[in-house]
Design a protein around this ligand. Structure first.
Ligand SMILES: NC(=O)c1ccc[n+]([C@@H]2O[C@H](COP(=O)([O-])OP(=O)(O)OC[C@H]3O[C@@H](n4cnc5c(N)ncnc54)[C@H](OP(=O)(O)O)[C@@H]3O)[C@@H](O)[C@H]2O)c1
Length: 254
């Protein structure tokens, strides 16, 4: 198992961090010594979450960030520029699944009738938002000695596995969600290539099937285990990979 680095002196921003995997990722990074900034589309919920983490002895703040809002992206940039002058770790965690109430083993494939609006809404949050937020914050990530960008993808974004009838996820055909994660993986590969001669690492991760509102109650792991891969990707050493897609220490097929 990868040994996690001490993050004292580093600042991390996690989107969608008031619940689920995002909250636990922020907590985990805080426990490693990072100052964590909770991104939340509801400013009050974000403050309450940061208060809770501070009560637990962690260094935490919050900033309002609806990932669909370009104005919020600019405000987040201003927050980090003013308070830290850099950003070490960006976790693009916020995500939505609109095809179904949550992931379940009995998914009905509705690709042929899926409303375009469902595709657009899903792509706004899961694809366009992380790209635009990352582009906005990149000048501050370049100021870090070891910038790390983690894109919360999903094994459901793997075209290789979706094309393989023997793959465990073969019947999980939630088209809008899955396609948005496939596209997010393309962003990871392209940005990592652009930044390959910098210290910045960009990776896609699959957290596992995690009990959350999105993952549903049939999921197999809890949020602590589910936050582990994000934390590994956020703490990769200088010789760690970039442009990858992994779960824990295992590579996933694109
Ligand atoms: N759970 C799994 O099994 C699983 C598996 C593979 C990948 N993932 C990925 O892991 C990430 C976290 O998922 P989760 O399971 O923790 O889901 P979750 O419990 O449903 O949490 C989703 C988070 O995203 C936030 N969010 C949604 N739309 C937003 C917006 N427009 N602006 C800002 N924040 C927004 C939510 O904020 P509000 O509280 O304001 O709604 C919430 O904090 C997602 O990208 C998901 O696709 C999850």
């Amino acid at each position: 198992m990868t040994e996690l680095l001490n993050l004292t002196g580093k600042v991390a921003f996690v989107t969608g961090a008031t619940r689920g995997i995002g909250l636990e990722t922020a907590r985990g990074l805080g426990k490693l010594g990072a100052a964590v900034v909770i991104g939340s589309r509801d400013a009050q919920k974000g403050q309450a979450t940061a208060d809770q983490l501070r009560k637990e002895g962690l260094t935490a703040e919050s900033v309002k960030c609806d990932v669909n809002s370009i104005e919020d992206h600019a405000a987040v940039y201003g927050f980090f520029e003013k308070n830290y002058g850099k950003l070490d770790i960006l976790i693009n965690n916020a995500g939505i699944l609109l095809d179904e109430e949550s992931v379940s083993v009995q998914i009905v494939n509705r690709t042929s009738t899926l409303p375009a609006e469902t595709l657009r809404e899903t792509f706004d949050v899961n694809f366009f938002a992380p790209i635009q937020l990352t582009q906005t914050l990149l000048p501050l990530i370049r100021k870090s000695e070891a910038g790390r960008i983690v894109n919360l993808s999903s094994v459901l974004g793997s075209l290789t596995l979706h094309a393989d009838p023997t793959a465990p996820i073969y019947s999980f055909k939630t088209f809008a969600y899955n396609a948005s994660k496939t596209a997010l993986n393309a962003f990871t590969v392209h940005l990592a290539h652009e930044l390959k001669d910098t210290p910045i690492k960009v990776n896609s991760i699959h957290p596992g099937w995690v009990v959350t509102a999105l993952g549903g109650n049939k999921a197999t792991i809890d949020v602590v285990e589910g936050s582990r891969t994000s934390i590994i990707a956020a703490t990769l050493p200088a010789d760690g990979q970039t442009g990858g897609f992994f779960h824990l220490d295992d590579q996933l097929p694109w």
